[in-house]
Design a binder for this molecule. Structure first.
Ligand code: SF4
Length: 402
């Protein structure tokens, strides 16, 4: 399929909207009351610090809702207002946050059901309204919805669209897109659907494996087995790695994406020399500002004297996981939670580890004076952060006196 032409045609169709419906002002008031927090505003105004009793909260200087997420949620609310009686669907969670997704359900916005790992679009009828989430949808899904005659409301973040344009450029120049991301993540699934040949690498270690193969060759079968779910159909490592371009899932660790880009640039330079480099390597800056700001703020926060970190965000939120990774790498006690209810008591907190396991840690809240670092992922409303901070204050206020 000519994905570029398809997308252009879709964007000119009368069934397609990516600009909203003119209800911004009403929706802004509603979002303010549902997701904003006066406590968080107060902490921001006090130089991101608040002390109550034994607890000092240190908030990261950048955290929470990014503008891409705010825009997507606002468009979903607008869609409901604009189509008060129509059936509305979302192809996936609008963003990776349980409380926002719960609100969508309360507003009678349905999620496309998933049967045995596959989305069942048979529930969607002609003239239904379908919202594409902030991290986008695959070109095949868009095509299917367009053929069904649905009204498509596209909330894909422009930063994600920028990555799609990048892989289109790779395809045009016959470069293989090396995508730094998670092959199962919806954004990467969508990005790879716009790519020609592609290979998805999770981290620097996998990138190094590919780089070694480019330079020295290796075991072809082992390579194909390793990337069986993370490459385009018919991928041939002996032919398809001669010309590569770099792309990324927008929420990966920015430093790692940069390192991966440098690694491939260096390898191509070594193999083909400076005069030929541009024929074999392409890189555009597609790291999202919001991800970068949140990661930079976290890197600053972990250098302060915090006793523990609380990282708040959906368990399937990639950018939240990256924040947790920064904290763990620093060796801090760090708890990734999605909702305040994970804090069971002063003595027990349920949290997600980097390996995805949900565990309960006992005696997580130290006695006496403590400094708690707090941050949240790009899809977490301030209201959730407020609930967590209030819970910590309340638990410490009832601590037995030592
Ligand atoms: S994290 Fe970046 S790419 Fe993702 S929705 Fe927010 S602004 Fe867009």
């Amino acid at each position: 399929m000519d994905t570029k032409t398809f997308k252009r045609t879709l964007q000119h169709s009368e069934n397609y909207n990516r600009k909203g419906f003119g209800h911004q002002a009403e929706v802004a008031t509603q979002l303010q009351s549902e997701y904003q927090s006066s406590l968080i505003q107060e902490i921001r105004d006090r130089n991101y610090t608040l002390q109550r009793g034994d607890v000092t909260i240190r908030l990261a200087q950048a955290f929470g809702f990014c503008w891409g997420v705010e825009r997507a949620v606002a468009m979903a609310y607008e869609t409901r207002k604009h189509f008060p009686t129509e059936r509305i669907w979302i192809t996936n969670e609008i963003i990776h946050n349980p409380s926002v997704n719960q609100r969508m359900q309360e507003m009678q916005v349905g999620f496309i059901p998933v049967e045995a790992g596959k989305k069942d679009f048979s529930v969607v009828a002609n003239n239904d309204v379908v919202i594409l989430p902030a991290f986008g949808a695959s070109v095949q899904e868009m095509q299917l919805l367009s053929e069904k005659g649905c009204k498509i409301v596209d909330t894909t973040c422009p930063w994600v669209s920028k990555v799609w344009n990048t892989v289109e450029k790779h395809k045009k120049g016959e470069y293989t897109s090396i995508i730094h991301g998670k092959y199962k993540h919806e954004e990467t699934v969508a990005t790879s659907s716009f790519a020609g040949k592609y290979l998805i690498v999770l981290n620097l270690q996998e990138a190094q494996y590919v780089a070694d193969y480019i330079l020295n060759g290796g075991n072809r079968e082992e390579f194909l087995q390793k990337f069986v779910k993370a490459c385009s159909a018919g991928f041939d490592p002996d032919k398809d790695l001669e010309r590569v371009g770099i792309a990324n899932q927008t929420t990966m660790l920015k430093g790692e994406t940069e390192q991966i880009g440098k690694l491939f640039e260096h390898i191509m330079l070594q193999k083909y020399g400076p005069m030929e480099l541009n024929k074999h390597f392409q890189s555009f800056n597609t790291i999202c500002d919001a991800t970068q700001e949140r990661q930079d703020a976290m890197l600053e926060l972990v250098q302060e004297n915090v006793d523990l970190m609380i990282v708040i965000g959906g368990f399937n939120s990639s950018n939240t996981t990256q924040l947790q990774q920064i904290s763990e790498e620093r060796g801090l006690p760090s708890y990734h939670i999605d909702i305040v209810e994970r804090i069971k008591s002063r003595d027990a907190i349920e949290h997600r580890q980097l390996n995805g396991e949900l565990v309960t840690t006992k005696n997580w809240l130290p006695a006496g004076e403590i400094v708690v670092g707090v941050t949240s992922g790009a899809s977490t409303p301030d209201k959730v952060v407020e609930d967590v901070i209030e819970r910590i204050f309340a638990l410490k206020a009832t601590s037995p006196v030592l």
